[in-house]
Design a protein around this ligand. Sequence first.
Ligand SMILES: NC(=O)CC[C@H](N)C(=O)O
Length: 359
Amino acid sequence: MHKAYLILENGTVFEGKSFGAEGEAVGEIVFTTAMTGYLETLTDPSYYGQIVVQTFPLIGNYGVIPSDFESDCPHVKAYIVRQWCQEPSNFRCEGDLDIFLRKNGIVGLYGIDTRHLTRIVREHGVMNGKIVASYDGTVPEEIKGYRIIDAVKNTTCDKEEVFSPEGEVKRRVVLYDFGAKANICRCLVKRGCEVTVVPAYTKVERVKEIAPDGIMLSNGPGDPAENTEIIEELKKIAELKLPTFGICLGHQLLALAHGAKTEKLKYGHRGANQPCKEIATGRVYITSQNHGYAVVNDSLPAGAEVSFVNANDGTCEGVCYTDEPAFSVQFHPEACGGPLDTGFLFDRFVELMDEYKNV
Ligand SMILES: NC(=O)CC[C@H](N)C(=O)O
């Protein structure tokens, strides 16, 4: 394995070794504290444009298992680990991480002090960086200027697709794909929903033609406020007053469509053990998360209430709309990877659809 370097925007340099694809990669450095679920992380489209650092020191122990993927291919810009497992072991394993990254053109770096790197990002805030094969003592210009743009455009599907449950179709859902994780669709299909996955720029007229019982707004990458066209369409979709459930980017876009604001967090929440408190019950759930932006609590308009807050930093983790059958969460109830504790939110959505069907 060759030597490779990570150069940070602030001039810090880490020397490590290359794995995966050879080459260079510039991106936004983010860290995830999840101890497992690296395949779900790699293939979650929300990581588009980001160089992901795993804080857990040994990654790849169970190899590559395609049925765990959250989309067809990895979306991370590059991948950094302390150590990758060269002899994975699992009855479902179909290969190792190095070959998987190489095949998919993802540059990897290992053998650096990921704890030190994480501390820098945590204290300084999220920053850009570049992985290079050689270092000449200078910080490349492109690092500072890097910005993730057109993220949803580059990760949404290009045509509609219908997923049907095995048994009877109990309700029909339109799932807006802003860069959706596959498990959102699986969670709905499992509950007897026929899911029509639609591209992110689908107009309200098409939704009316499909005439679903509910609307699901998926997760996705990038700055939520950048999606002005989608936000305008969501305003019209909200007028249909259909049961609506938003997750992560979907949650942020729904709030923006109602006039709320979003902000970039210092270093985001990425991991599988983020505590979230439900305001109505005071109960704390352990959640799976991957986001860099959040809805500003105080910016919510009348008719929208904070339903969950992050127990660590008090940021908005959920919104409930009092004049519409709509709710959303910043965390991932579909988990994958991560705890399944908040899967009941899909049951709530299904109940909401059934309630509205009967009125
Ligand atoms: N997982 C997501 O949907 C992330 C939403 C958004 N891109 C953020 O970083 O905040």
